[in-house]
Design a protein around this ligand. Structure first.
Ligand code: MG
Length: 203
C-alpha cells in the first residue's frame, strides 16, 4: 500500500507559504508506517518545534492500473475521506532551502491521519464536496474539492504515468489555505460538509 500526496494544489495555500503555483502536480509519498492507526493517540514528535496540520481530501484507489486516461480515472477509485498530512514545517523549510527531499518533514510515523471512508455513489460529483478543519472548536481551513488546481481525475492519470496504482493506495490531494501550527493539547476535528469525520488530540 502506498500513500501518494500532492503539494501546492490550492492557489491560496501556495501563496501563504510563499510558493509558486506549480505548472504540474507536486508529488511526494509517505510510507505505510506513516498511517496513524484508528483510535491511536498522536504524540507530538520530539524532532520538531513547528508541527503543522494540513487537512486534505483523501481518495482510495480500488483498481490496479497504469497509464490511466483522465476520462477513465473514476474507474480506479471508489471511496473518499479526509485526513491530515502532518508536517514538521521547520524541518521542511530547512530541507526546501537546500533543495533536499521532504521525507523527514512529511513521511514520519503517524504523519498521515485518515478518517473512515465513504463510497463514491454512481454519478456523484466529488467537486461539490466541501471539507473543513476545526482547531479547538474554531474553523481554520475550509475548501471545496473543485477548488483544486489539479483535479482528482487529472491527478490519478498523472500519477499513473510514473507509478502503478494498486488497490488500497491512498491519495492525499493537497491542502487548502489556513494551515498552521498545533501544540500539545490541541484538538483537531475534520468535517465533510456538516459531518464530523475524524478527531485527533495532540498528546
Ligand atoms: Mg499536504
Amino acid at each position: 500500500m502506498k500513500i501518494f500526496c500532492i503539494g501546492r494544489n490550492y492557489a491560496e495555500h501556495a501563496e501563504e507559504l510563499g510558493n509558486e503555483v506549480p505548472e504540474e502536480p507536486v508529488i511526494f509519498m509517505k510510507p505505510k508506517s506513516a498511517l496513524l492507526q484508528a483510535h491511536s493517540p498522536f504524540y507530538y514528535p520530539e524532532f520538531t518545534n513547528e508541527l503543522h496540520y494540513e487537512c486534505e481530501f483523501v481518495l482510495r484507489i480500488s483498481k490496479n492500473g497504469k497509464y490511466i486516461q483522465p476520462k477513465h480515472a473514476p474507474n480506479y477509485y471508489n471511496a473518499y475521506s479526509i485526513g491530515i498530512d502532518f508536517t514538521a514545517r521547520d524541518i521542511q523549510n530547512r530541507l526546501k532551502e537546500k533543495g533536499l527531499p521532504w521525507e523527514r518533514a512529511k513521511a514520519f510515523d503517524n504523519s498521515a491521519v485518515v478518517g473512515p471512508f465513504t463510497e463514491v455513489k454512481p454519478g456523484e460529483d466529488l467537486k461539490k464536496l466541501e471539507f473543513s478543519l476545526k482547531k479547538n472548536g474554531e474553523q481554520v481551513q475550509k475548501a471545496k474539492v473543485g477548488d483544486m488546481i489539479f483535479q482528482i481525475d487529472n491527478l490519478v492519470s498523472h500519477l499513473s504515468n510514473y507509478f502503478s496504482l494498486n488497490i488500497g493506495d491512498l491519495l492525499f490531494t493537497g491542502t487548502p489555505a489556513g494551515v498552521g501550527e498545533c501544540v500539545v493539547g490541541d484538538e483537531l476535528e475534520g468535517y465533510l460538509g456538516d459531518q464530523k469525520i475524524f478527531e485527533v488530540e495532540i498528546k
